[in-house]
Design a protein around this ligand. Structure first.
Ligand SMILES: C[S@@+](CC[C@H](N)C(=O)[O-])C[C@H]1O[C@@H](n2cnc3c(N)ncnc32)[C@H](O)[C@@H]1O
Length: 275
């Protein structure tokens, strides 16, 4: 039974221990001390550490509305092609590009990671943030990234992976509501596919739930637990008001976030070199 505690302890805390001689206030004060978590914007610094500059061309794959592409161009002076399959994202991206002072360095185009609209060796860097969960054919997608990178080029790859703590029912809920492919959440599967595609793993940064701590501390994160509670208690009315897809995606997004906070999902950033 106690294996189900899913932690390092197999013995339960006793009543004597629970109400024993330890200081609740001191314990909470210790837990409430910040660990100085890196915010999600730290991925731009990580990319900067790879040394991009004005002579470089970068692919932001799954670039949504080109916001990160514009940020990379602004910070490093590089040119960026932001590729995304959602037409609404491309329209938003083009609007953002037209208004941004570095917009001349960025282009937003329609496309998929499985068929990147670019020549062989066209990019010095590939930037991939939080998009790989949607990819059905990992081998084909990674082979495309290798194809469009120049020899020795680098890919900064961010993705959320499952840990041993994630139970099958929880996995089904999160993946089913977020258009995610379950196989993409395996660290071993990913690392094997990466090497098979022709990359060498140069660095792995296990962020875990750091970005969530940072946004909670900054007060910028939604209250995901409150969202789930309301989504569950007010299900029928919300389904009527916002529709089934919006309901499911908001629910899935909240579960995605909570599962990271619980350590059932973890964020990782890989630096991959084309060999
Ligand atoms: C969670 S969003 C992340 C967007 C952005 N990279 C970020 O970090 O904010 C996932 C993005 O992946 C895109 N996407 C989904 N399937 C894709 C595919 N097969 N190839 C490229 N992009 C894809 C979606 O349209 C969406 O913009």
């Amino acid at each position: 039974m106690w294996e189900m505690m899913n932690d390092q302890w197999s013995n339960p805390v006793t009543v004597d221990e629970m109400y024993g001689d330890w200081d609740w206030d001191a314990a909470i004060a210790a837990v409430d001390r910040s660990l100085d978590p890196r915010p999600s914007s730290s991925i731009i610094d990580m990319f900067g550490a790879l040394g991009p500059g004005p002579s470089d061309v970068v692919l932001d794959i799954g670039g949504r509305d080109a916001q990160h592409g514009l940020e990379l161009a602004d910070r490093f002076g590089c040119r960026v092609l932001s590729v995304d399959p959602a037409e609404a994202n491309i329209a938003d991206g083009k609007a953002a590009i037209s208004e941004h002072e570095c917009g001349h360095l960025v282009e937003a185009v329609h496309g998929f990671i499985e068929e990147i609209p670019a020549d062989d060796g066209a990019f010095d860097f590939v930037f991939s943030r939080d998009m790989f969960a949607h990819v059905a054919d990992a081998n084909r997608a990674l082979a495309e990234c290798v194809r469009v990178l120049a020899p020795n080029g680098l890919m900064l790859f961010h993705q959320v992976f499952a840990t041993d703590l994630l139970e099958p029912i929880e996995a089904g809920q999160v993946f089913g509501h977020t258009a995610a492919v379950p196989e993409r959440f395996s660290v071993g599967g990913f690392e094997g596919a990466v090497e098979e595609a022709g990359f060498r793993i140069e660095n792995v940064d296990v962020l875990g739930s750091e970005w969530y701590e940072a946004s909670q501390e900054a007060g910028t994160a939604p209250n995901y637990l409150l969202q789930v509670s309301r989504l569950r208690r007010n299900k029928e009315a919300l389904l009527e008001e916002i529709g089934e897809v919006a309901y499911r995606v908001v629910y899935g997004n909240a579960l995605w976030s909570i599962n990271q906070i619980l350590g059932k999902l973890e964020s990782r950033v890989y630096t991959l070199r084309r060999v």
